[in-house]
Design a protein around this ligand. Structure first.
Ligand code: CDP
Ligand code: CDP
Length: 225
């Protein structure tokens, strides 16, 4: 039996990448790798350890001494840092506000990409992030660039937060998303951009079910080629 293909899903914040990636991985029996969670985990540890977010060297040293493990779970993935489940903590406002600065550093990115490639070896994989199709796994058989209007993405994050009992005004969420998209797209190293051979999926008026079905259809097409 074939080991499966590599599916790369990139796109801006709250486009639905991880929701869809999780579903597809579950359906195909593939490994799911949330690369954003890895950058969030390092950012969380840096905040806890009082590390200067402007220093590539300090962050890289911290990363070398930090164990970040993505643990598969029935409904997705837990994120453990040094043996402690930090899945909730890595989604905090403070982490979200600082993660793009942490992710812009060269040694940090180099170490992360090395780890992401190792995790993807020898198995069918669905990996989501910002630079998967362009830099981490450029030979991926299927590349999807997932997007949605910024109003729709802010609304989705708003609904998600409310469900978790977190109350942040919609306008603030929209502003934060725009700011992070700008930082991720304008940075020098592996900026967020659509790979030449990626397929654009605009999910603005699509349900989760519809997006998942479309990406699975694209994956099945690639598997049969
Ligand atoms: O889920 P959300 O869209 O809020 O973000 P995420 O996927 O958890 O990613 C958090 C941040 O990590 C992004 O805003 C990027 O700054 C960074 N990131 C990156 O630089 N490269 C990746 N492959 C994944 C995330
Ligand atoms: O990973 P990314 O930041 O791109 O987005 P996400 O965390 O997967 O999705 C953000 C929110 O949008 C989640 O609460 C999803 O349930 C929701 N969503 C949606 O309402 N409709 C879609 N087509 C995709 C996601």
């Amino acid at each position: 039996m074939s080991k499966g293909i590599i599916i790369a899903i990139d796109g801006p914040a709250a486009a639905g990448k991880s929701t869809i990636a999780k579903r597809i991985a579950q359906k195909l029996g593939y490994t799911y790798i949330d690369t954003g969670a890895m950058y969030r985990a390092l950012t969380h540890k840096a905040i806890q350890s009082n590390i200067n977010m402007g220093s590539d060297k300090d962050l890289a040293d911290l990363l070398k001494h930090t164990e970040i493990v993505l643990v598969p779970e029935e409904n997705g993935q837990a994120v453990w840092i040094d043996g402690v489940d930090c899945s909730e903590e890595i989604r905090s406002q403070e982490v979200t506000a600082n993660v793009s600065e942490v992710a812009a550093h060269s040694t940090v990115r180099h170490l992360m990409v090395e780890k992401q490639r190792e995790l993807a070896e020898g198995t069918g994989v669905v990996m989501d992030g910002r630079d998967i199709g362009t830099a981490v796994l450029p030979k991926a058989e299927l590349k999807v660039f997932m997007t949605a209007s910024v109003d729709e993405r802010a609304e989705r994050r708003f609904v998600e937060n409310e469900k978790r009992g977190i109350h942040i005004p919609l306008a603030q969420l929209k502003e934060e998303i725009e700011k992070r998209d700008r930082a991720d797209s304008e940075r020098e190293l592996s900026p967020l951009k659509m790979a030449d051979d990626a397929i654009l999926v605009d999910t603005t008026s699509m349900s989760i079910e519809e997006v998942a079905n479309q990406v699975i259809m694209l994956a099945e097409k690639r598997m049969n080629q």
